[in-house]
Each structure stands twice: as structure tokens, then as C-alpha cells.
Design a protein around this ligand. Structure first.
Ligand code: GDP
Length: 369
């Protein structure tokens, strides 16, 4: 491709190799622009923003993101960290601690629609606050929302509206937490923003942020999603990711177990029951994740034989890292976490070992349900 063509919206070099990177334009459109020697071209992201009020995510690595955060500390801003409630510890941005400074910081837990109906919001928020505090973050407010279903957004929007009277609002988050879906939902609900985007001569799109003008002269600023190896989302093929990403509330599946039993969550998660009484474990996972019980003694062999076939997802096992485990003892009724896949509720007094590829997303919390 011609290196000289630059998006006139954001200044990124146009490219057609990576749809998630800055400056992306489908190959056909890029070829057309080149053949017509047209330099008045928008990348797909700027085009969609201008014409459909739609935010498209761009990925950024951690170094670039830290450079962006560095500019934040000196500004008056509200910082909104959007997190995935199903992969919370991996989507909380611990690096924010150094940059928040005197600025106000809030947490928005997305994908709340996936929690079973009887979940208590206060319990979920308490857990989020504890985890954030452990990482040195002190959110002033916590909201639980569903961006995709446009649920629980009113309180958040009212809060943002008030905060934006005297400062800009920065949205930050890892990739795949639903940040773009959330910002699109907010734009959709705030009619005045929509009008401003379409009428504003030039929505401020730069390489590392999209500035959405508000009526009061301040901005909502979308920063690129950050990727990490610690998210299952970055390890799976798009097809597998689609299967593990639940669309409907997680449906509990209960297993009566004795020590010496193992349950597989497809080929991506495993729990061995090591010590305790005869008890029931309740699995909360996306409906596409196949659950299998076997004897722990046979579990390794079972896995080798059936991963990618009986045990799916993944259907594509080529680059999958081996399952690695960590032991946990429950001193109260607890949820064993499999970041991005789901969780398993276990009674108190059990010793278990949980596994995921490279141990990503393993953890424990006091049971939420
Ligand atoms: P981004 O990378 O943070 O901008 O994330 P996206 O907005 O692209 O969303 C990532 C994935 O999460 C997509 O598959 C969305 O459909 C899904 N998603 C986003 N918001 C929600 C939500 O509120 N509930 C559920 N169940 N899924 C969501």
C-alpha cells in the first residue's frame, strides 16, 4: 500500500492489514482511494463516527497507553474505568493508580445482565470495591450496567452529565470489556450528543483518543482498549471467543461431588475436588461451554483425548496454552473464578484445584449468590 495516504480525521496512516489497529480501511476502499489519487479519505473508524455516531475500538499496547495516561494527571478530569464483571481482576487497570492523582475516578462494571436474576447489587459492588482497594484504587462511585441491553444506564448518565459541567470525562478499559458498546449506548441515550457529533465540523479524533463534544463545551473522551495476555479474550480465536461470551444470564448447573471428582468447563477450565465432604458445586458459565464430570485420576488423559472435541470451546486448540492449576481452600462459601469463562460456587470447608490455560483469570471471592 501507499505509505503516504493519511486519514484526514485522525492522522493515522491508512492500512488494510489490521481492522483493530489505527487507520484501518478495507482493502477495496484503500485501493480505490489510491487509484483515484484521492487524499481526502477517512479511516473506517473516523468514517463511522462521523456518519453513524458509532465508536469503533482501536487497540493500543501498554506503553502507548501509559504515555497517554501521563498526560492525564496534569488535567482536571473524571476517569471512568469500564470493567468486565466476568473478568474483573483482569480488566481493572492497576496502572491507573499512579495517574489518577487528584482526579475523581469511578468504576463501571459492565455485562451485569449476565448475573443470575437473584444477584444482589450491593454484594457485587462490595466485592468490586475490595478488589479495587487491594490494587490501591479508590473509586468514588461504582455503577453496574449492561451496555448491550442498555440497562441501568440512567444513573450513570446523570452522574456523567453533572461531572462534565467542569471537566472532561475519560473512558479507559481493557479490550473486550464492552467500552465501545457502552459509549455508543451513552451517545444513543444522550440525544444532544448525537446532534453535536453530526453537526460538529470535526469530532476530535486523534490516534490515541476520540473526543466526543458535549453541549456544555466539555468532552467525553474514548481512549483505546488495552490488550493483555492475561485476558482469555486475547488468547482465543474469534469463534471460540464468541462461544465463551455469554449473551444470556448464566444458568446454574449443579453437581453433587466427592473428593476425587473433576469437572471440565469445555477445554478451558477444570476444577479438581481434593478434600471435603460430599457437597454440591454450582457452575455458572456461558451456555456454549460444555461441562463434563470425570474422575480426577483419569482427568489428564481424558483432557488429552477430548479437548477440542467433547471438551469445547476451544474448537481451535492449535495455540492453546496448557492448563495450569492453583489450589484454593474455602473458609466460607466461595466463588472460584475462571476469568472470562465463568465461576463455580463451592461451600465452605473444601480444598480444590482450579485450572485455566497458563492459570489466566484464576481467583476466589466470597460467594456473590
Ligand atoms: P471493547 O473492546 O471494550 O470496546 O468491547 P466491545 O464493546 O467491542 O464489546 C466486547 C464484547 O462484549 C462484544 O462481544 C459485546 O457484544 C459484548 N458486550 C458488551 N457489552 C455487553 C453487555 O452489557 N452484556 C453482555 N452480555 N455482553 C456485552
Amino acid at each position: 500500500m501507499d505509505d503516504e495516504i493519511i486519514c484526514i480525521g485522525c492522522g493515522a496512516k491508512l492500512q488494510s492489514d489490521d481492522p483493530k489497529a489505527a487507520g484501518y480501511l478495507p482493502a477495496s476502499a484503500l485501493a480505490k482511494a489510491e487509484s483515484e489519487e484521492n487524499t481526502d479519505v477517512y479511516c473506517q473508524r473516523c468514517f463511522r463516527l462521523r456518519h453513524y455516531n458509532e465508536i469503533m475500538p482501536v487497540d493500543l499496547n501498554n506503553d502507548d497507553f501509559l504515555a497517554l495516561l501521563n498526560t492525564l494527571a496534569s488535567k482536571k478530569a473524571l476517569i471512568v474505568n469500564v470493567v468486565d464483571l466476568f473478568d474483573f481482576s483482569n480488566s481493572l487497570l492497576s496502572s491507573l493508580k499512579r495517574f489518577v492523582g487528584d482526579n475523581e475516578f469511578i468504576l463501571v462494571g459492565n455485562k451485569f445482565d449476565l448475573f443470575p436474576k437473584n444477584s444482589r447489587q450491593s454484594k457485587i459492588k462490595d466485592w468490586m470495591r475490595q478488589e479495587a482497594n487491594r490494587m490501591g484504587l479508590h473509586p468514588k462511585k461504582i455503577f453496574l450496567v449492561s451496555a448491550a441491553r442498555q440497562k441501568n444506564l440512567d444513573d450513570l448518565i446523570a452522574y456523567l452529565d453533572k461531572a462534565s459541567k467542569n471537566r472532561d470525562i475519560y473512558f479507559v478499559g481493557m479490550t473486550n470489556v464492552g467500552k465501545s458498546t457502552l459509549i455508543n449506548a451513552i451517545i444513543d441515550k444522550m440525544g444532544d450528543i448525537q446532534d453535536l457529533i453530526t453537526t460538529s465540523r470535526f469530532p476530535g479524533t486523534t490516534l490515541d483518543r476520540i473526543e466526543i463534544p458535549l453541549e456544555n463545551g466539555h468532552y467525553l473522551i474514548d481512549t483505546p482498549g488495552i490488550m493483555t495476555e492475561n485476558q482469555l479474550a486475547t488468547r482465543l480465536s474469534p469463534k471460540d471467543l464468541e462461544i465463551v461470551s455469554p449473551k444470556k444470564p448464566l444458568k446454574p448447573a449443579t453437581f453433587q461431588l466427592l473428593p476425587g471428582n473433576t469437572i471440565f468447563l469445555g477445554g478451558l477450565g477444570r476444577i479438581d475436588y481434593l478434600k471435603g465432604e460430599s457437597v454440591s458445586f454450582t457452575v455458572y458459565a456461558a451456555r456454549g461451554v460444555t461441562l463434563h464430570r470425570t474422575k480426577t485420576a483419569n482427568a489428564d488423559e481424558f483432557y488429552q483425548k477430548h479437548v477440542g472435541e467433547l471438551l469445547t470451546p476451544p474448537v481451535d486448540t492449535q495455540d492453546l496454552a496448557p492448563l495450569k492449576g492453583q489450589e484454593f481452600r474455602t473458609t466460607y462459601k466461595s466463588d472460584l473464578l475462571f476469568g472470562g469463562i465463568g465461576f463455580i460456587t463451592v461451600p465452605k470447608g473444601c480444598v480444590v484445584k482450579t485450572y485455566t490455560p497458563d492459570q489466566i483469570g484464576l481467583g476466589i471471592r466470597r460467594a456473590l449468590i
